[in-house]
Write a protein of this length. Sequence first.
Length: 716
Amino acid sequence: MSGTFSAAPHGDILHLLVMITVLLAAARGLGELSSRLGQPSVIGEIMAGVLLGPSVLGAISPALAAWTVPQNAVQGHLLEVVGLIGVMFLLVVIGFETDLALIRQKARIAFAAAVGGLVLPLAGGLLLGYLFPPDLIPGSGRNRLVFALFLAAALSITAIPVLAKVLRDLGLMRRDAGQTMIASAMIDDITGWTLLGIVTSLAALGRVVPTAIVQAVLTVVGFVLITAFVGRYIVTRSLAIVQDRMTSENRLLTLVVALAFAWGAFTQALGLEPVLGAFAVGILFGRMRRLPADVPQKLEGLSLGIFGPIFFAIAGLKVDITSLAQPRLLWLTVLVVGVATASKTIGAYLGARYLAGQGHWTALAFGSGLNARGAVGIIVASIGLSLGILGQPAYSMVVVMAIVTSLMAPFALRYVMRRVEPEADEAARLRREETAAGSLVSSIRRVLLPVRPRGGVHGGAQTIEAVLLGHLARDHGLAVTLLSVADREQRAQSADFLNQLEPLFGGNTSVTKRVIEDADPAAAVLNEAQRDYDLVVLGAREVDSTSEALFGGVVDEIVRLVGIPSLVVRGAAVDSDWRPRRIVIPTDGTSYSRRAAELAYAVAEPDALVTVVHVVQSDSSTHATGTDRAATKLEIGRQLTDDLRQVGESLGIATETEVRMGPAPEDAILATARRIDADLVVLGTGVRAASSRLFLGPRVERILSACPCPVVVVNT
C-alpha cells in the first residue's frame, strides 16, 4: 500500500513549481497589459501560455521552454491538477453569480440560441469529418463515422469558463444577455458532452449501440434531477449544520470548496465533466440566502487572482502551431476554425433572431459569445487523441480552433454589445444593483430577529418587522432566524408563538425558528449574533424618558454590545395591512444618515413618497455671523438632500426634499412627519459611549418618544 502513495520525484516537483511561478507571473502580467489596452484580461492570460509554449518560446529557445512545458507524464499530470482546481474554482464563482430567476424569464431565448448553436456546428462538423483526407484519420479512414461525429461534438461545445470570464471582464455578467448566454452555453455543453459520450462508446464498441445512446441521455437527465433535489438538500443541511454548530474561521469557505469537489467527483463518475458539478454547486450556494457575502468574495479572490490565470495559461500552453507548418495542414486548420466560427455564430444568431424574436445585435451577441470553445475544446481534443479517434494533426487543429475562438469572443462581444441597449426592466434592475453595490442593504443576507411571546402577532412591532424584512428580501431574498429565549416552562409557549409569526414573512424569506433556554436573554442573543449574521432586528416598547433604559434593559444591552448592525423598531399601534408608503429620512450628511436612507429606500413601497429632511439649527452662532452663514448652511443642506434624492430616484422611488431652519431640529422633523402623515421615520445613528445606559443623543430620543408613527433606528 505504501508504494501506491508516494511523492512525485524531486525533479518533477521542482519543475512544477517553476512552471506555476512563470505561468502565474506571465498570465497576470499579460492580463494586466490586456486590461490596460481595454481588452479582457483572459486574452492576455491565454496568450501567456501561447508565448511560453512550443508555439513561440519552444521554437525560439527549446532549452528555456523545457522549464515552462511539462517534459514527462508526471509533470503534465501535476500541472493538469492545478489547472483543474483553477477551472473548478472559477465555475463555482460563476455559479454564485448565475441568476436562475432571470434565466427562467429568458428560457425561451436561451433555448432558441442553444438549438441554433448546436444544429449548424453539428452539421458543419459532420461535413468536415467526411472531407478530411483519409491519411489524417486513424485507421486509414476506416473510422470516418466516429471521426466525423467526434469532430461535430467538438465544434458544438461552448466553453462556459471562457465565456463566463469574458463576460465578467467586459462587465456583462449581470446583463440579461450575459445571463442568457450562460444558460445557452449550459445547454450546448451538456448536449455536446452527451454526444461525446455516445461517440466514445461507438469508438470502444466499433458499432452503433442504441443502449449506449439511451444511457448517455439518461445520465444527463439523472444529473440534473439529482442536483435539483438531492444536491439542494445536501447544500441546505450542511450549510445549516456548519453555520450553526461550528465556530472556526473560514468554515463556510471550506464547506463550499469541499462540496464543489464532491459534486465534481460525482459528475466525473457519471462520465460528465467535473466543472459541471462545480458550476451546479455554485448555483445552489448562490441561492442560499444565509450564506455570508464574504464567502463568494474569498473564493473569487483565489480564483481570479491565482488559479484562474494559471488555468487559462495552461490552455494556451497546449497550442503547438509549429506542428501545422505544412501548407496542407495549415489550410485545413483555417478551414476547421472557419467552419467552427461560422456555424456557431450563424447558428446561434438564427436561433435567437428567428426562433426567439431577438433584435439583430442581440442575436449577434449570442453568436459571438457562444463561439468560444476554450479549454473545454482542448479537453475534448485530448480525449479524442487518447482514444485514437484523432491523430496528432487533427488534435492540433482542434486545439488551435479552441484557442482562436476563445480569443475572438471578447473582441466580437465588446463590439456587438455596445450596440445592445438595455430594455426598460433591465436598465432599472442594473440601476438598482449599481446603487446598492457596497451599501449596507447589499450586504444583508442573514438576519437575527429575537422575539418574546406577546398577546398577539398582528399589529405593533411584529407586523412592522415582518413587512420591513419582507421588503428587504424582494430582490435577493433573506434568511431570517426567529429566536426566542425562554425557561423550561415557557418553551412550548415560545415555540407556538414563533409558529404564529412565521406566516407573516413573505415567500422570498427563508425562516428558521429557534428556542433557547437561558436565564440571560441578552447574553443568549449576543452569543447567537456571532454566528455569521449581518443584521439584528429588535422590537422596542414605547420610549420612557424617565426610565434608566431607553428601549428596555435587554434591548439596550444588545444594541450596545452586539458587533453587527442593528435595527430597532419602536412600534406604534398599526393595522395588519400597514405598509411604508410615506417615509421621512432626516439627514445631517453623516454616514449614519446615509445608511438610514439606503434602508428606507430598500423597504419603501413601489408607490411610496420619501421625504428627505435636513434642519439647519438657528443657534446664536448663526445669528452672529449674519445671513451669509445661514445661506451657506442652507445651501449645504440642499446639496445633502439632493444627493439622497438622486439615490432614491435612481431606484425608482419618488423622493422630495425639505431644508428647514429652526432652533430644535427634532421639532422640525416631527412637524414634517405629522404634515405628511408619515407611516415611518428612519433614523441613522451610532451608539454613543455611556457607562451602562444606551445613549443615542437627546434629539434622537426626543423623536423616539414623541413621533406619532413607527420609528426605525439604524445603528451601524
